[in-house]
Design a binder for this molecule. Structure first.
Ligand code: NIG
Ligand code: FE
Length: 415
């Protein structure tokens, strides 16, 4: 049995005494230990404390790493991505620069439908290989757990293919992955005027196989004008819940049409996007158990107003941050950027943003018992920063790579 002792850590950040979901004011509480040690063994955190107390450790140490002037944090928990996709869509990006809106691009058969066409033409093996590369890339950027959605198949074969790719990623991945079934992402053109025909396929043809093969942990629906109404969302989620899939939903990205209310009624684990929030939506979310997952890079990329994070936190909502990594609205899975942008554009404090991207992100994937903070018994998935002056320097110095090492299961990650 070998262990590794990290010594002289300038700040050991995120030493929460319990795994509680943080809401409102609690989000600003990010406990840390200055001049700390951290002991890792067999992939887990087994002890930590002040450097002066390191001599109290009564066990033989196999390896030591001196981290003078470096900070250690739990890895990011990215609870909302679409990182299985066939190809990038920078042509649409150019169209947008020329003035077309997201809705106009979608109406012209671009957007999600473009990704669906490409995905359905791509083999499972090829999809797996490119998704695997993206997974490696985000781990190197400090992501230590991730949720991945289907939703670019939009037919039985395509959705199952995507979910099987995610299942294979789960098996091979060194970090935990949660799978969400997003068959209700949009409608293929043939179902545009007949939503129920597609919804019946989702419910009667996709869900039974997904349940039988254990291909998903959650159900997601894009609840939005021109996509799925709150009633349709409820219909799909109710069917999925009978198979044990809890909802994690896309709501209030472009319009407030009742998605928050419906999502709360469905006891959704999280309600994601939330660019467009009415007073009433914020109030409802503040008194609900559902986590509000904000995706600021999607708002940025689509030039939408940023999510009202400050107002939501001040109203006592539980907030998580995620990347929304996808080819259409957030072609980046860099959680460092997400954290930085949340501070710069949404006025979240560094402590709030880091909590939202770690412990609350873990809650949004229901894995807070194993990740999201520094605690004995948790997985040793850690970010070791370069030598930096303080924690606030992380979001402040946006766009700079401040990660020296990423530990995954107690080992330095090498892709
Ligand atoms: O989360 N809004 C819905 N789905 C994605 C975008 C998907 C796409 O454009 O390919 C999102 O932003
Ligand atoms: Fe999304």
């Amino acid at each position: 049995m070998s262990n590794l002792l990290l010594t002289n850590i300038k700040q050991l950040v995120g030493v929460h005494g319990n795994n509680k979901l943080l809401r409102g004011k609690e989000l600003a509480q990010l406990p840390f230990i200055e001049n700390a040690y951290l002991l890792l063994e067999d992939g887990y955190i087994v002890a930590f404390g002040k450097m002066q107390e390191v001599t109290h450790l009564q066990i033989p140490i196999s390896d030591t790493l001196n981290l003078q002037n470096q900070l250690v944090l739990p890895t990011w928990c990215d609870s909302h991505t679409h990182l299985v996709f066939a190809a990038s869509r920078e042509n649409e990006f150019i169209d947008k620069l020329k003035g077309l809106s997201y809705a106009e691009i979608a109406a012209n058969g671009g957007g999600i439908l473009n990704s669906a066409k490409l995905l359905n033409e791509t083999s499972e093996d090829v999809l797996f290989n490119i998704a695997w590369q993206r997974l490696q890339e985000i781990i190197a950027l400090g992501t230590g757990a991730v949720e991945i959605k289907s939703g670019y198949g939009l037919c039985v074969a395509g959705e199952l293919k995507m979910l099987r790719v995610i299942q294979k990623l789960k098996k091979k991945s060194p970090i935990p992955i949660k799978a969400s079934f997003l068959g209700a992402h949009t409608y293929q053109l043939e179902f545009k005027e007949n939503h129920q025909a597609y919804i019946q396929i989702v419910i009667n043809e996709m869900l039974p196989i997904i349940a039988k093969e254990n291909l998903a942990d959650y159900v997601d629906v894009f609840c939005e004008t021109g996509f799925f109404s709150p009633e349709e969302t409820k219909q799909i989620c109710t069917a999925a819940m009978q198979y044990g899939l809890k909802p994690k939903l896309h709501v209030n990205q472009l319009n407030s049409i009742g998605g928050v209310k419906t999502g709360i009624e469905l006891k959704s684990v999280s309600l994601d996007h939330l660019e467009v929030m009415e007073e009433e939506d914020i109030k409802l979310l503040a008194s609900a158990n559902s986590i509000g997952t904000l995706l600021p890079t999607a708002a940025y990329f689509l030039r939408m107003p940023f999510q009202p994070a400050r107002k939501m936190i001040d109203s006592n909502c539980a907030i998580a941050l995620a990347s929304d990594y996808n080819p259409g609205s957030s072609p980046s899975g860099n959680m460092n950027t997400v954290v930085s942008m949340s501070c710069i554009q949404m006025k979240m404090l560094p402590e709030e943003a880091i909590n939202a991207a770690t412990i609350n992100g873990a809650h949004a994937m229901e894995i807070a018992n194993e990740l999201g903070s520094i605690a004995v018994g948790k997985r040793a998935n850690l970010i070791v920063t370069k030598k930096i002056p303080s924690l606030a320097y992380l979001p402040y110095s946006f766009g700079t790579n401040l990660i020296d090492k990423v530990f995954i299961n107690g080992e330095i990650y090498k892709s």
